[in-house]
Design a binder for this molecule. Structure first.
Ligand SMILES: N[C@@H](CCC(=O)N[C@@H](CS)C(=O)NCC(=O)O)C(=O)O
Length: 224
């Protein structure tokens, strides 16, 4: 039975899950739920996912929401590599690190989102909240500290924490934020994530569309 992912490719948490699926080499069927036009609020979708958000995964009769929980589930069920798990390690300390960054990524995503302010830009009259640049820099400072200790965010191997942690910083691309001079480790890590063989297939077109829509909306608001 093929996995079904209810998703919108513009959505960063959906793309973090797609990175997990691709890293695991799993086939899946895309079921588009366009949250921009309210597909998530239809009775059919709410019957499946009462939280009314994407991403959401159907694996046979098993249903699960929340991007980080989906990535963990997929690894728990499907990752078997030379008797050990790499993307979501089973060693308690290594897994502890990955879990830590999965939780942190929820917070860093919200903090970067409050700077690029995309909900307000798309659905209101907003633009970037430039008073939040110090907050965005605090997030970058944090990444730089962690990445000064290891090659990937949770250690020496690529894990699902990298997919979810990079998802926050990729949002900065919307507003062409490029002040990475003080963050060489973070820049090098992001370059590594972007060089993954499946990165472009998961993100390139969606990021370009997202950015185009965002920048057009900002231009429209600034003319008002
Ligand atoms: N913490 C959730 C966030 C999911 C989320 O907020 N998804 C957005 C799209 S990026 C959504 O479904 N929005 C529709 C809504 O809230 O009505 C996760 O990581 O899965």
């Amino acid at each position: 039975m093929v996995l079904q992912l209810y998703m919108l490719n513009l959505s960063p948490p959906c793309r973090a899950v797609i990175m997990t699926l691709k890293a695991l080499g799993l086939e899946f069927e895309e079921k588009t739920i366009d949250v921009v036009i309210g597909d998530q609020l239809t009775p059919e979708y709410l019957a499946l996912n009462p939280r009314g958000k994407v991403p959401f995964l159907k694996d046979g009769d098993f249903l699960i929401g929340e991007s980080r929980a989906i990535s963990c589930y997929l690894c728990n069920k499907y990752e078997k590599k030379n008797g050990g798990n790499v993307l979501f390690p089973t060693d308690p300390e290594q897994r502890g690190m990955v879990d830590q960054f999965l939780y942190i990524s929820e917070d860093t995503y919200d903090r970067i989102e409050s700077y690029v302010n995309f909900i307000d830009v798309f659905f209101g009259n907003g633009t970037t909240k430039d008073d939040k640049i110090p907050e965005a820099k605090k997030v970058l400072d944090l990444y730089e500290k962690y990445l000064s200790k290891s090659t990937f965010i949770a250690g020496e191997n690529l894990t699902i924490a990298d997919f979810h942690m990079s998802s926050s910083l990729l949002l900065l691309d919307l507003s062409d934020y490029n002040d990475f001079g003080d963050y060489p480790k973070t820049s090098a890590w992001l370059a590594k994530i972007k060089a993954l063989p499946y990165f472009d297939a998961c993100n390139k077109e969606a990021m370009a569309m997202f950015k185009y829509g965002y920048q057009e909306a900002v231009k429209k608001h600034s003319k008002c």
